[in-house]
Ligand binder design. Structure first.
Ligand SMILES: Nc1ncnc2c1ncn2[C@@H]1O[C@H](COP(=O)(O)OP(=O)(O)OP(=O)(O)O)[C@@H](O)[C@H]1O
Ligand SMILES: [Mg+2]
Length: 461
């Protein structure tokens, strides 16, 4: 049962962790996206500045070169355009807006470009390519003093884009790596942070079903402590209710014991007196019924006494298991003899010290012997053995318990159908409770020679 439950718990912890990571990283990645976009715009702007400066300087240089050529000489485009600026296209216009010279036909300058002296820059596209276009209005001072010209120069923007992207890369990649490292650190941190919870879960999963002791608050992180406190309060209430119920069963059984014993004694007395056969038969029935009720009540009381509770450790003292087993076997000799069963005891050599509740231990062995004697047909053999560990074992050569029934016979009031013997199905439930109280392990095996039944109870020291 603990398997699927455990998986479910792990999933819950995992999803809580995912939840936290999502809440931390979604905003972080959104921020990264935002900073990438703003960074890209800033990088483009930044990369434009130096290129614009160079472009302006080149245009001014071209204008002054043009001014240096005497009016009598024809200016050539190769002369105006330096080698290192071959990627530029330019057209020189005169004051009448006629193209004079150039390596490309660039759009004519607008009237405003003649009005304002100095360079004007704008981004536009030319024949499908994005370019940065500069318009420089200048007057010559040597060639023909005071004549106006407009030089239009266009530069493809792909170099600027390249610079912009490499600036962006230098910002975004470290940022991305930083976020990845932060994510890893947070993940590890969360894993370690959840460790106390995981330890708590393991401690709860390891508990025995009957362990109702409070959970250790110190194991839980501060945030979870109030929850643990509430769970402990709930356990305490539950324990109170269970104790009340157990007390009720124990009290009821105790109260019923005396009337049943009285009933049985009275019926025995009446049976011995002279009475007509029909009345005698009825009294026999009453005697038997009262006997069964007495036994049932005793079994219920024994069960209630051995149910685990806060007093589990009470009455636990050091005893010799060998002696207890031998004495209990002796108690059952009359029963065995009455049924023609060969009851044997094979104790281990020497003492078998065991910390136990002696009365409960006698109940355990007594119920195993009772079953073995009751279910083994007359003429059979029952043997009680003990050994170091310590362990004890009851073998019989009776009908045996089918493997598919072995898991159920320890349930309260469970009986295998067709045994033909009276009983209420509480004997093995008592054996189970006593074994649990003593942290012992019970196994049902086949008896000697593969026949019958063997109950083996192993105690761990
Ligand atoms: N040694 C055994 N051989 C065969 N069957 C057994 C043996 N011990 C127990 N069983 C089977 O297991 C069932 C449960 O045993 P348990 O001792 O719990 O109840 P019970 O003997 O029927 O009643 P009670 O012991 O309360 O009087 C029995 O009904 C019986 O069928
Ligand atoms: Mg029994």
């Amino acid at each position: 049962m603990s398997g699927p439950q455990r998986e479910e718990n792990e999933d819950d912890i995992l999803s809580l962790r995912h939840h936290l990571v999502n809440w931390l990283f979604t905003p972080l990645y959104l921020l990264l996206l935002f900073s990438t976009v703003t960074g890209y715009i800033a990088a483009l702007k930044l990369s434009n500045q130096p290129y614009d400066l160079v472009l302006t300087e080149r245009a001014r240089l071209m204008a002054s070169r043009f001014d240096l050529i005497p009016e009598t000489e024809q200016a050539t485009q190769e002369y105006l355009l330096p080698d290192e600026a071959e990627h530029l296209s330019f057209t020189l216009f005169d004051a009448n807006n006629h193209p004079l010279l150039g390596n490309a036909t660039l759009p004519r300058p607008r009237p405003i470009d003649f009005a304002a002296e100095g360079p004007r820059l704008r981004s536009t596209s030319l024949g499908g390519d994005k370019v940065r276009m500069l318009t420089l209005h200048f007057r010559t001072s040597r060639r023909t003093p005071g004549t106006e010209y407009v030089l239009v120069v266009a530069e493809p923007v792909k170099d600027r884009l390249y610079l912009g992207r490499s600036i962006l890369g230098n910002i975004v990649i470290p940022q991305f790596i930083f976020i990845l490292i932060a994510g890893f650190a947070v993940w590890i941190g969360l894993k370690r942070g959840f460790e106390p919870l995981e330890n708590l879960r393991r401690a709860v999963a390891k508990r025995r079903g009957d362990d109702l002791s409070p959970l250790d608050e110190a194991m839980a992180p501060g945030e979870v402590r109030p929850l643990i406190r509430e769970v402990n309060a709930l356990i305490e209430r539950l324990k109170g209710m269970m104790d009340q119920q157990k007390r009720f069963v124990a009290n009821a059984a105790h109260q019923l014991r005396t009337p049943f014993a009285g009933l049985r004694a009275q019926a025995e007395l009446a049976r011995r007196a002279d009475a007509p056969p029909a009345v005698r038969a009825a009294l026999e029935g009453i005697c038997e019924g009262a006997g069964r009720c007495s036994r049932l009540v005793t079994q219920l009381l024994t069960l209630a006494r051995n149910e685990p509770d806060a007093r589990t450790e009470e009455n636990m003292t050091e005893h010799d298991l060998n002696r207890i087993a031998q004495e209990t076997a002796m108690d059952w000799v009359p029963e065995a003899v009455g049924k023609d069963i060969d009851l044997g005891f094979e104790g281990s050599a020497g003492e078998l010290p065991l910390r136990c509740d002696e009365g409960a231990m006698r109940d355990l062995i007594g119920n195993l012997l009772d079953n073995a004697i009751r279910y083994t047909p007359p003429g059979g053999r029952v043997t009680l053995r003990t050994g170091p560990g310590p362990w004890l074992r009851v073998d019989d050569n009776g009908p045996g318990i089918p493997p598919e029934e072995r898991g159920k016979v320890f349930d309260r009031f469970y009986r295998v159908a067709g045994s033909g013997q009276p009983g209420s199905g509480l004997g093995l439930a008592i054996v189970h409770e006593v074994a649990q109280r003593h942290r012992a392990h019970i196994a049902i095996e086949s008896g000697e020679g593969g026949r019958g039944t063997a109950f083996r109870v192993s105690f761990s020291r």
